[in-house]
Write a protein that binds this ligand. Structure first.
Ligand SMILES: [Zn+2]
Length: 292
């Protein structure tokens, strides 16, 4: 009998395989470094290679803590140039499902992001990314219709229905005007505080799971300026976001403990394994749990 070649390898086998063949290098980072090196080469070769335009402004560091939500880390600063030179929609695969939401936001802001990717980014749980999709010149009517029917935020549904709505410098949560776009992503401290609480409730932020390195942010922990002094910003609290695309931080922590119990997997190896399961097999937390 012909062997079923398309049979999906059971997750348990796959986990064993990944653990056995785990290499010290990080595949995704390696491919990122290779791609960025090719950008450098292009720059050297071509004097016509101009800096790319991105939608929106680059924020400066705000006062106080340093782990800003959606802060662009040094290793990502050249990504807009990379997006400019990628040709086919499938070339964007590593970025549209990148584990870090900042990278996905950078892609959503790129005027070179193909509509196929915008359609995926339109389903993000992060409203900042969805707002960037809506503001992207590559957006199609089909994606607008998706927003009109499905977006959880009323103001984004309305903005999608009226393409003339100005979207630059707007707070993703409620559409208010951002007064300090160089420092804050929301229109007010109250809005930042509300957003942080909503995300803690939905599990998008966790105050107990982690820390997950660069997947730790500092967000508003009070409704008003600290010490009541206007302009000083709120008090801050550390929250952890998921280091695994599509999973919640508490799910990652519970999977990490399960791997440690069952296979003695170290912290870093467990995160790397979960990232691979999602990248290579599109594995959900539910499927992972069922495989244990
Ligand atoms: Zn707001």
């Amino acid at each position: 009998m012909k062997k079923e070649t398309t049979a999906r390898q059971s997750l348990t086998d796959l986990i064993d395989d990944i653990l056995e063949t785990a290499s010290p290098g990080h595949e995704e980072e390696d491919s990122l470094l290779r791609l960025l090196a090719s950008v450098d080469e292009l720059r050297r070769e071509s004097f016509a290679f101009m800096p790319t335009m991105t939608i929106g402004t680059t924020r400066l560091h705000r006062q106080g803590p340093t782990s800003d939500p959606f802060e662009t880390l040094e290793k990502w600063v050249d990504l807009p140039h990379l997006f400019e030179i990628l040709d086919r929609p499938e070339d964007f695969d590593p970025w549209v499902r990148h584990h870090h939401p900042t990278v996905r936001l950078m892609l959503a802001k790129s005027p070179h992001c193909p509509p196929e990717c915008l359609a995926i980014l339109a389903q993000e749980p992060w409203e900042e990314i969805r707002l960037a999709v809506l503001a992207n010149p590559q957006i199609t009517q089909k994606i607008r219709n998706y927003f009109i029917k499905n977006d959880p935020l009323e103001w984004l549904r309305e903005a999608a229905a009226d393409p003339k709505t100005p979207l630059s410098g707007r707070c993703a949560l409620d559409g208010g005007k951002i007064k300090r776009p160089d420092r804050f992503l929301t229109c007010s401290i109250a809005c930042s505080y509300q957003q942080a609480n909503q995300r803690l409730d939905s599990g998008l932020y966790s105050s107990t799971s982690g820390p997950f390195g660069e997947f730790t942010w500092e967000v508003a922990a009070s409704r008003s300026a600290s010490g009541g002094i206007p302009g000083t910003g709120p008090n801050w609290r550390r929250v952890h976001i998921s280091p695994v695309y599509g999973w919640l931080p508490d799910q990652v922590t519970s999977a990490r403990f399960a791997l440690s119990d069952k296979h003695g997997t170290s912290y870093d190896a467990a995160i790397e394994l979960l990232q691979k399961l999602v990248t290579q097999k599109n594995c959900s937390y539910e499927e992972f749990s069922a495989s244990l």
